[in-house]
Design a protein around this ligand. Structure first.
Ligand SMILES: Nc1ncnc2c1ncn2[C@@H]1O[C@H](COP(=O)(O)OP(=O)(O)OP(=O)(O)O)[C@@H](O)[C@H]1O
Ligand code: SF4
Ligand SMILES: [Mg+2]
Length: 318
């Protein structure tokens, strides 16, 4: 097995939200990704997925813990190292409407990275931009248009082309398909898979439901309220989910076979997601867990390996 290219150790990112209150957006997350692999990160809105991505690329400082890229601590890099790191890791941002500069033509949005890193100019630059547009299923004519002339799906493709422009090794894709029409989601996933095969890319692929990450992920991490509750290979997580939260997420996915679908038992979680300003004591999921026991309020379960490459944070398995 290859060495991990990214290691996230005990990462925390808290926000001061006034009146002395602290919002624990990411509260002690540990995982690693090997070169050429995809880790899918899933969980409900607000559980901290985007904050993890933004902290990894150092848009945010870490409150605690560390991020190692190829063994180097990202949050301790000097300017020169950061410049190199910014070439090696790119992020596709969640909102295709907010993440493209409305005053720039799409060709220049894609070419900006080439300019910053001095990778191409003149004719060569133009050639690279057209080739990137074609790679993501757009055409040369799109280079001279502005983002408002594009649909959400096309903008997301522009975001992908921009991320690819400087040929990174690692891409954080923050909900790259959630804003897209269901009809074109598979196209974008297939595009990303092809690029991964051709260029040996490594992905952190963020989504809010398991169905979206199943086919692209080697491993999947499930998050709840700032923590990882389960992590396993995509296959194992689907055939043998252990954490009650993962079970509930999986039970929400319709099954294509109508016979099996008829018998699908949906686990409906009661209650709202608690606030990350005052998470429940012990296990954070206990206020909604159908299997909660008295000890769950007392002790926070640690993420432990219960079979090879299958980690779960739940007192039922300890
Ligand atoms: N800059 C910030 N200042 C204060 N709170 C923040 C900030 N960014 C995020 N948060 C809070 O941190 C928590 C996690 O947010 P985050 O955007 O990481 O969630 P997410 O899992 O990406 O959700 P979604 O699926 O909706 O994109 C939320 O409660 C959010 O309100
Ligand atoms: S630790 Fe307890 S409350 Fe938390 S998921 Fe397991 S059974 Fe449910
Ligand atoms: Mg998000």
């Amino acid at each position: 097995m290859s060495e991990p290219i990214l290691q996230v150790n005990g990462l925390k990112r808290h926000f001061n939200v006034g009146r002395g209150q602290v919002l624990r957006a990411v509260d002690g997350v540990t995982f690693e990704i090997r070169k050429g692999e995809t880790l899918g990160l899933v969980g409900e809105s607000g559980c901290g997925k985007s904050t993890i991505g933004r902290t990894i690329i150092r848009l945010y400082d870490a409150t605690a813990g560390e991020v190692l890229f190829k063994g180097r601590n990202v949050h301790q890099m000097n300017r020169k190292e950061m410049r190199q790191f910014n070439r090696e890791m790119q992020m596709i941002f969640q909102d295709p409407y907010a993440s493209l500069n409305p005053r720039m033509m799409v060709g220049d949005i894609i070419g900006e990275g080439l300019d910053i890193h001095g990778l191409a100019s003149g004719k060569e630059r133009r050639k690279r931009i057209v080739s990137l547009l074609e790679t993501v299923g757009l055409t040369a004519e799109h280079a001279n248009r502005y983002p408002y002339e594009f649909s959400g799906g096309q903008r997301q493709r522009v975001g992908i082309a921009r991320a690819l422009a400087i040929e990174p090794e690692f891409i954080i894709a923050d909900e790259p398909i959630s804003a897209l029409d269901v009809s074109i989601r598979a196209q974008v996933v297939n595009l990303m898979k092809r690029l991964q095969r051709e260029r040996g890319l490594t992905y952190l692929f963020i989504a809010h439901d398991l169905a979206m990450v199943k086919h692209i992920s080697d491993n999947i991490g499930v998050m709840y309220l700032g923590s990882l509750v389960e992590k396993a290979s995509s296959q194992r997580l689907h055939e043998n989910p252990l954490h009650p939260y993962t079970e509930a997420l999986l039970s929400a996915i319709p099954i294509p076979d109508p016979q099996v679908e008829k018998e699908r038992q949906r686990i409906i979680l009661s209650g709202e997601i608690p606030s990350p300003i005052s998470p429940p004591s012990g296990c954070r999921f206990r206020t909604r867990c159908p299997k909660a026991m008295p000890e769950c309020a007392l002790l926070e379960p640690e993420l432990r390996e219960v079979e090879p490459n299958h980690f779960v944070a739940c007192h039922l398995y300890h």
